[in-house]
Design a protein around this ligand. Structure first.
Ligand code: ZN
Length: 304
């Protein structure tokens, strides 16, 4: 296998995960979980999202969480920004984070259901948000949901995804994440996508964001890796999902991805035992079992 020495993993569980779990978790518990993640060797964590509290009550305490977490050298914090208002709210805590993510969907129907806008409207809005965030010295990441399939429209042509991505890169996004939001991607499709992407998007960091809705998350990570992708987003404990449609649970678990990578000799900089301890803590906080395999089985031990 043609494998790299190192890949980058961005932990999105505190945002993508907790946003989509049914419970509202106490602010102090969120801060404790993020501090735990910060100490596990992760270099990037998406901490929260500045969304409207009436839309996503799970993240209504974004400012308290961002203000309360411990800043650590070598750990970049990101926040998800849905619109200009969200950016303004986040900027009150400008010294607490390093990067912003903006998002839209590659399919019209999913974008309408998720943010009540056409793709064109979203691109117009986000172009302004990215310009303002860039002027503040923030690194801008865009995540394109339903990049590999839409539960309403079916197949999404890579060409449609690439043209949206090009617009976001022109707007100033230095990294683009491609989300398999409802777990429809397969490894052959993923390999083809990530082989084609660098030609269309030179000088952009390309990131894969897989959900394990149908158990194909790690297989898709491996396919993307072999096709040249070196940057991944995942969620500790397999927390998360997508609000539409119902049943779209589960980002691929960070510890499952890290275990697979480390066993193959690909470094992530993450201490797997410390990461699993974070997921155990999340499981205790939520009071129910989480989906992650390595959390249940424990990391592989070869000498025991
Ligand atoms: Zn996701």
């Amino acid at each position: 296998m043609n494998l790299p020495d190192h890949v980058q993993i961005r932990e999105v569980g505190p945002r993508d995960g907790l946003q989509n779990e049914p419970e509202v978790i106490a602010t102090a518990d969120k801060i404790a979980l993020i501090d735990c993640l910060s100490a596990s060797g992760l270099s990037r964590i998406e901490v929260t999202s500045f969304v409207r509290a009436d839309v996503i009550p799970q993240l209504a305490d974004a400012a308290e969480v961002l203000g309360g977490v411990t800043r650590r050298n070598g750990v970049d914090f990101g926040v998800l920004i849905p619109n200009r208002r969200g950016l303004e709210d986040a900027l009150r805590l400008r010294d607490r984070f390093d990067e912003v993510s903006v998002f839209l969907s590659a399919s019209q129907t999913h974008n309408q259901k998720n943010v009540n806008r056409t793709i064109e409207q979203s691109l117009d809005d986000l172009t302004d948000v990215v310009a303002d965030a860039g002027a503040e010295g923030l690194r801008c990441v865009a995540v394109i949901a339903t990049s590999f399939g839409c539960p309403y429209e079916g197949r999404v042509a890579p060409e449609a995804v690439f043209s949206v991505a090009e617009r976001l890169a022109q707007a100033g996004c230095v990294e683009i994440g491609f989300g398999d939001t409802t777990g429809m991607a397969n490894p052959a499709q993923v390999a083809e996508f990530f082989r084609a992407a660098p030609d269309r998007l030179p000088n952009v960091q390309l990131t894969a964001h897989f959900h394990n809705t149908r158990g194909q998350g790690p297989a898709n990570v491996l396919a993307a890796l072999q096709a040249g992708c070196r940057s991944f987003e995942s969620s500790f404990g397999e927390l998360g999902g997508c609000p539409v449609p119902p049943g779209s649970t589960g980002n691929v678990a960070t510890e499952d991805v890290v275990s697979m990578l480390h066993e193959m000799g690909v470094d992530t900089g993450i201490d797997l035992d410390a990461l699993v301890a974070c997921s155990r803590k999340a499981q205790e906080t939520l009071g129910r079992p989480l989906g992650s395999h390595v959390l249940r089985a424990g990391p592989v031990v070869w000498n025991g």
